[in-house]
Design a protein around this ligand. Sequence first.
Ligand code: SAM
Length: 326
Amino acid sequence: MMISPTLPAELKAALDGKLQGFSRIDAAQRSQKISTTYRAGGGSGTIKSDADALAYALARMPATYAAVAASLNALTEIAPDFAPETLLDVGAGPGTASWAAAEAFPSLQDFTLLDANATLSRLALELARDSTRLAECRYLPGDALGNLAEVSQADLVIASYIIGELNEVDQRKLTNAMWAKTRHALVVIEPGTPAGYARILALRQQLIAAGAFVAAPCPHEKPCPLNAPDWCHFNQRLPRSQAHRQIKGAEVPFEDERYIYVALTRTPPATRAARVLAPPDVGKAEITAKLCTEDGVAPTKVPRRDKAAYASARRWRWGDAVIAES
Ligand SMILES: C[S@@+](CC[C@H](N)C(=O)[O-])C[C@H]1O[C@@H](n2cnc3c(N)ncnc32)[C@H](O)[C@@H]1O
């Protein structure tokens, strides 16, 4: 099911409930400190108190949710019959990816969340209590590198904005451990920076070597055809609520989240779709789009005189899958 990038009503209500009696100024300061540490490569280690966890969730959950939602939509588009029943959310934090997966897959019945941060886990469980779908989720505390060995396989495994918190050796170990727990699909999402892209690329390569297929965004298992300084990433726009604006000290009523993801499957995808890698250029005589195809990346030109093709190319957006028409 294609889902909206905005937080589901139950999650929004649960977060709003937590905001009662919580100072926005305090939340803004805490989230500022957390982002400064993040940008310095410190990860989520500074999230220590319940107030920090809430400040983090209020500031970041809408954007990471939007990126996960877009990534799951891309998977669903390529694998419309995929109906997972079990989910493993690795580095679940406040539970963001589990909420998005519950929306995207009505078939999900069993949710296992795993995280090393006890404070964020507590918040995740409190938020989940207000959810029709997640109320009975299981939350495993501790380091995913050790813990994953103990959990059962899941139809769908998601790791959203976590691998960047590990060193390269641990990233490789976690990648193998997650794949071992994946019955059908593994979706990994990272910030859409050159470094985030490099991590996704390494994970993609490692798992293709282990037999994985790429459902999205790439239409192939070949090496990525992009050359530095170019890097693959996408953008998801999301609305900002008033509280969200206050916490981020922002004026505009929307936010653009740059992200990169890969959806890997155990069986080859039924369709291969070219991927739109940048906003297409709509000119008078033709539309020029940067498409990643099975044969590499090429600027695709669609002339206006080719009426039907031009009409459909006008609808292409950055990140879209373009199913070949013959
Ligand atoms: C940036 S947060 C992302 C949370 C959530 N997945 C999201 O998308 O909003 C990263 C999370 O990964 C967790 N984490 C980092 N390293 C971990 C590890 N080795 N084992 C388990 N969790 C880890 C952190 O505690 C934190 O909750």
